[in-house]
Design a protein around this ligand. Structure first.
Ligand SMILES: [Zn+2]
Length: 527
């Protein structure tokens, strides 16, 4: 740390003195190149502190994160972003259970080894029986002329669905191994809900989900949070079931799962009534969870705005866990909030040059399904938003060979990033983990689904040294208690992320040409 500070001092002597004490005499790009280690570290170190207790929405640590970000906004002289306030409160329904009884065709399953889930209904005792229907991938879309439900009425039934999409088994359809919006488990639930199903069971395999059962179990055995707009219709139970458990049940009913799978790989598939019912019964704990997005703005010459976003929430604590039980989320999403704040701080220094207003959205409840960003977009004058630049789990290691724009391919962000990156001899890249659907899993998607050009900006995976720390993070420490602040981080990837976010804003601001969304998209756009 000390060495780098000294280096900055030496650089300053080599330049006009005023240039260092008054950043406005620098160009934006020069300022971006001078971002200090302290600027990058400070907010990550703060939010990653154990005292924030993992920043789960509606907890003491979560509230501390909201208050801290508000203080930072005030300190940096940003304007309140929501009708004179920095806070945009919203209420979520929290549902949890201590396990439940589950049986199918007379066979009991074990919680949480075989099955996990949530009762998403305002009843404290749920006793649900529904005929079992296998619906294949459970996808209906004109985009690939695909309709798994056909004319089957699944009202009050419990549907069993594969996750992922048919591109998983046939690279010629959908986007092949690149997971589409229709492959995400969130979509499968939305579609079952639209059709009036009483329950849904998502079949888990490591391959189709992209992660193992432990990840599912960890994220589905605590409290699940919902906002009004995702609690419509009839759906009382949403859960996951291990494929091995599905096989056990189906064998007892003389049904072959692989034949069902085969049939569901085709457009001609029809839903299959399995000939037995699922019984799910247990106690349901319900509470209202209050939490807040924290929103600021830096006014430009027009009300048209670019929204910078990063979620401040993470997974909280696990009281059952021995030893370290705090999910600090230092990278997810401390470094991203840190990067966003440095970008905003620098844009404030260049406020006179801003044509567009900059909104800084520190959103909440991302880990519960992008709820805060969705609430923001659903309750804002969307016509004023020209673009969203999102920060998510910003890499903190060595300098990388590329700049990534996750979701850039859906808009003019892609050519923009390519052109800017080429100036520094950097490649343009996208995630190697395209089977994970990461574009649909962070807050930029809340904007894109409403037709707003959106990108998750990040330094790439390949470091100049040949290391791939970022890729390893996603396969290792991501969503574990190991995601902790480390003073040894090189922070070069973070610096690159900050710089390219700034260059994107600068480019839009100078050319006065907002990026446009492509007309053909692999996901539906709502009005
Ligand atoms: Zn995240």
């Amino acid at each position: 740390m000390k060495r780098i500070r000294n280096l900055t001092t030496i650089l300053c002597y080599g330049m006009i003195l005023g240039a260092c004490s008054n950043p406005s005499s620098l160009t934006l790009e020069q300022r971006a190149d001078q971002v200090s280690r302290a600027e990058m570290e400070s907010i990550t170190e703060l939010l990653g502190n154990d005292l924030f207790e993992g920043r789960a929405p509606g907890t003491r640590g979560g509230e501390l994160a909201e208050i801290s970000v508000q203080s930072l906004f005030k300190f940096m002289d940003f304007e309140p972003g929501i009708d004179g306030s920095y806070f945009q409160p919203f209420v979520m329904k929290g549902f949890s259970n201590d396990g439940f009884d589950f049986s199918a065709n007379g066979i009991p399953l074990n919680y949480p080894e075989d099955v996990v889930g949530t009762f998403s209904v305002e009843e404290t005792e749920v006793n649900l029986t529904g005929e079992a229907v296998f619906v294949g991938f459970g996808i209906t879309t004109e985009l690939w002329d695909w309709n798994d439900y056909k004319d089957m009425d699944v009202k009050d039934k419990i549907v069993v669905t594969r996750v992922n999409d048919p591109g998983m088994v046939n690279p010629e359809i959908f986007e092949g191994h690149t997971l589409t919006y229709f492959g995400r488990w969130t979509y499968h639930i939305e579609e079952a809900s639209r059709r009036g199903a009483a329950g849904i069971l998502l079949i888990h395999t490591d391959e189709s989900a992209g992660y193992d059962w432990d990840v599912v179990r960890n994220s589905w055995t605590g409290e699940e949070l919902y906002i009004e707009s995702n609690l419509q219709n009839n759906l009382k139970f949403r859960g996951w079931i291990q494929e091995s458990a599905v096989r056990r049940i189906l064998e007892s009913a003389d049904v072959d799962l692989d034949s069902l799978y085969d049939a569901s790989n085709s457009r001609d598939f029809r839903p299959t009534e399995l000939g037995f019912s699922f019984h799910i019964a247990g106690k349901n704990h319900i509470r209202d969870v209050m939490n807040r997005n924290v929103v600021a703005e830096i006014p430009g010459k027009t009300d048209k705005r670019i929204v910078l976003s990063a979620h401040i929430d993470h997974l909280g604590m696990d009281p059952e866990k021995a030893g370290d039980n705090i999910y600090n989320g230092a990278i997810d999403n401390g470094t991203a909030v840190g990067a966003m704040m440095v970008v905003a701080k620098i844009l404030k220094e260049f406020q006179e040059d801003l044509h567009y207003t900059i909104t800084i959205l520190a959103c909440n409840a991302e880990e519960s399904g992008l709820l805060g960003s969705r609430f923001y977009v659903e309750n804002t004058d969307r016509s004023s938003i020209i673009a969203n630049i999102n920060f998510e789990s910003t890499p903190v290691w060595g300098k990388t060979n590329s700049i990534m724009g996750i979701g850039a391919r859906f808009s003019d962000f892609e050519p923009m990033i390519k052109e800017l990156a080429a100036r520094d001899d950097l490649e343009y890249s996208t995630f190697s983990m395209s089977n994970q659907g990461l574009f649909y899993r962070s807050d930029q998607f809340s904007f894109a689904r409403y037709g707003i050009p959106a990108v998750w900006i990040s330094a790439g995976e390949d470091e100049a040294s040949g290391e791939r720390n970022y890729t390893e993070f996603w396969k290792g420490d991501y969503h574990t208690v190991e995601d902790e602040f480390n003073p040894e981080w090189e922070l070069e990837g973070m610096k690159q992320t900050i710089k390219y976010a700034l260059l994107l804003v600068d480019h839009i601001n100078r050319t006065l040409t907002p990026p446009k969304l492509k007309t053909e998209l692999p996901f539906p756009v709502e009005k």
